[in-house]
Ligand binder design. Structure first.
Ligand code: ZN
Length: 335
């Protein structure tokens, strides 16, 4: 807080003048990871959401947090998951569309294929949750001209597929190395998880202009200046190496966002609530060495600090508070 007195200004954190921030979770299921790492058996669509999701919903209630839940359409058609997914909506969370099949190259596919995927996901998600998604996040953070046009045709209010980060190359290397260890084949393009050119996209919300009109883009936050990721999985990855480093890192990330007046958009995944003690083999995913209790305790520390510094809301609520006319307008260039 900068509380001014007659004798001068005292520099503290201003808890009373909180900036807004957003929170979202991608409900990538076990089969989504198996598919992207080329692990056989993903075609039977194995799930770990029945373990992770009750923990996540209770965690969010305990911390009085409301966020945006990005659901994969195929899981919304899974009868065993529908009541859990419906609970996300009943407990007050916004529901977003995370594609039907979680194909990591979805944005590179023909426009008709993207349209069919997004519409099918939308119908199944709405049937399961009672909410029509108004926001979209592409699998593996991919954006294309065709995808933006589909979103505009389908009346989406915002896209949040941008992750302007400097570690895209490292993320691809990690996935290829893990696939080699697993003796599987992954189908990764060189621009998945963010190319070097996308690294310097804005961190603040902006509008993307296409022939169809405009759509609000809410980037997933990365560290100002260095553009390193600070989503839940990355912090868990650091914590596997050094808990101390992870703690310093997320404190620094939130402080930098305040300094640069950036509205942070913090990203969680279901795996942030699963640990080495769970009967789910996801050892090839970053940040899976600690137990579920240890990981939830870390998430709790992160969310307490996040809530202390920022007023946290779902993405749609943030969009509703934006003066869209005043946002930077970008005409995207795609290869
Ligand atoms: Zn995903």
């Amino acid at each position: 807080m900068f509380s001014c007195t007659r004798s001068g200004c005292i520099k503290e954190v201003d808890i009373d003048a909180k900036q807004s921030a957003t929170l979202s979770i991608d409900l990538d299921n076990l089969w989504c990871y198996q598919r992207s790492f080329g692990i056989k058996g993903w075609e039977t669509y194995p799930s770990f959401l029945e373990i992770a999701l009750p923990r996540i919903l209770d965690f969010l209630d305990q911390h009085e947090l409301r966020l945006t839940v990005f659901i994969v359409g195929r899981d919304a058609e899974n009868c065993a998951l529908q009541s859990l997914l419906s609970e996300c909506s009943q407990r007050g969370h916004e529901i977003g569309n995370h594609s039907y099949d979680h194909a990591i190259d979805l944005h590179d596919l023909p426009k008709e294929t993207i349209l069919a995927d997004i519409k099918r996901a939308e119908v199944s998600i709405q049937n399961a949750t009672g909410q029509k998604p108004r926001g979209f996040r592409g699998p593996a953070f991919g954006i294309s001209k065709a995808m933006l046009e589909v979103l505009q045709e389908c009346d989406y209010i915002y896209d949040t597929s941008s992750l302007p980060n400097s570690l895209g190359m490292l993320a691809r290397w990690y996935q290829r190395t893990q696939s080699a260890n697993l003796k599987t084949e992954t189908t990764l393009n060189n621009h998945l998880y963010g190319s070097l050119a996308e690294c310097w996209q804005p961190l603040k919300p902006y509008t993307l202009i296409t022939n169809m009109g405009r759509i609000v883009e809410l980037p997933v936050s990365t560290l100002p200046l260095l553009r390193l990721p600070f989503h839940g999985t990355y912090i868990n990855y650091l914590a596997d190496r050094s808990e101390f480093l992870a703690n310093i890192y997320f404190h620094m990330a939130f402080s930098l966002c305040r300094t640069f007046n950036i509205t942070p958009s913090f990203l969680l995944h279901a795996t942030d609530f699963l640990g080495s003690d769970d009967s789910v083999d996801v050892h090839y995913i970053p940040g899976m060495r600690k137990t579920s209790q240890e990981k939830i305790a870390l998430m709790s520390r992160i969310m307490k600090r996040y809530s202390q510094l920022f007023e946290i809301r779902p993405l749609i609520s943030q969009v509703n508070h934006l003066n869209v006319e005043s946002l930077k307008q970008i005409v995207p260039k795609f290869n």
